[in-house]
Design a protein around this ligand. Structure first.
Ligand code: SF4
Ligand code: SF4
Length: 327
């Protein structure tokens, strides 16, 4: 029996290690937003090996702890064959599926998309003024209504920029009236200064380690269609930046369970998820990071991972012990 997932449930599930994962289905997207954190475009790489991807998704859903898989990109709805197949494999395995979309497909709603929506527990619909480059508000409305009519929870995700939040709230109320909270949520998220977003968000505050919280994203790994694996949804990592230990690539789908376990339970990631940056910076081998300011939590995390490659055996033992205690 299909069930829906609210935004609050999704947020809570993502904090439980192993309960959720994200399938990054494609790099391609035709919308062309100026703030795109994954640098997606109409000519970005896309799925080439459909059988290999199916194998990857089967390995992913074999985990008994996994309960929900998000599907993002790029725009996953440009990958008709891959999206249809992945949604089928995930839901046939008894897991919930949550596609992410920009609504670029929604001048009309073809029957294959309707079937995907009908199998989805929730659909995250991203819309803000940057998306106006390639998606009209009419399309957003058509998509919102199709999602709710298909029985999925609508989660409108909106970057806090200009009129975007007010416009998203108005759209939801306009479509679904006073009872809109029964069928939809609005999730306000910050602009992220990576990918093309780095050209938009040019001024970033700096933070001391005490101001940086533990990382909530490090409980939900990302598996890309071509075998890239990351412990979290950091877009720059997905794009091949940052420490290589944080973004292994698997050659064979059978390696997936082992690699996912390795990246998500590594001592430093464990510490980032549980105790946070201040605790990491108190450990031998990392103490110089306490004296600096950092652009973001991820900036700190990357520097700590670079440090971790030069730890002595004793420092490595202390890190492992601290991670076990903090777990
Ligand atoms: S932000 Fe989303 S909709 Fe916009 S270009 Fe990137 S992937 Fe496409
Ligand atoms: S802090 Fe580290 S684990 Fe968390 S999202 Fe950033 S890069 Fe990923």
């Amino acid at each position: 029996m299909r069930t829906t997932l609210t935004l609050q449930e999704l947020i809570e599930w993502r904090r439980v290690p192993g309960r959720t994962a994200l399938l990054y289905l494609t790099d391609r997207c035709p919308v062309g937003c100026a703030h795109c954190s994954v640098d997606a475009s109409g000519s970005s790489p896309r799925v080439a090996d459909h059988m290999g991807l199916d194998h990857l998704v089967r390995e992913l859903v074999a985990s008994p702890d996994l309960r929900s898989v998000g599907i993002s990109g790029g725009e996953p709805f440009v990958e008709r064959r891959a999206l249809t197949s992945a949604v089928g494999i995930i839901t046939d395995a008894g897991k919930l599926v949550v596609p992410y979309t920009s609504a670029a497909w929604s001048r009309t709603v073809p029957s294959w998309i309707r079937r995907v929506l009908e199998r989805s527990a929730a659909v995250v619909l991203s819309t803000d003024t940057f998306h106006d480059a390639g998606v009209t508000q009419r399309q957003v409305r058509v998509a919102a209504e199709a999602i709710v009519n298909a029985g999925a929870r609508l989660i409108v995700q909106v970057v806090d920029v200009g009129e975007s939040v007010r416009r998203a709230v108005d759209l939801v109320v306009d479509c679904f009236g006073e009872a809109s909270s029964d069928v939809a949520d609005v999730h306000v998220v910050p602009l992220i200064g990576v990918g093309r977003g780095a050209d938009v968000l040019t001024v970033q505050r700096r933070h001391t380690v005490d101001q940086l919280p533990p990382c909530r994203a490090a409980a939900s790994p990302v598996i890309a269609y071509d075998g890239r694996v990351t412990p979290c949804c950091n877009e720059a990592l997905i794009n091949g930046e940052g420490p290589v230990t944080l973004r292994p690539r698997i050659a064979d789908a059978a390696e997936l369970p082992h690699v996912v376990r390795a990246v998500t339970s590594a001592p430093l990631i464990s510490m980032m998820r549980t105790a946070g940056p201040a605790a990491v910076a108190s450990l031998p081998g990392f103490t110089d990071l306490a004296a600096r300011s950092h652009r973001s939590l991820c900036d700190f995390c990357w520097q700590a991972h670079e440090r971790s490659t030069t730890l002595t055996d004793e420092e490595e033992r202390v890190l492992r012990a601290a991670a076990l205690i903090a777990r």
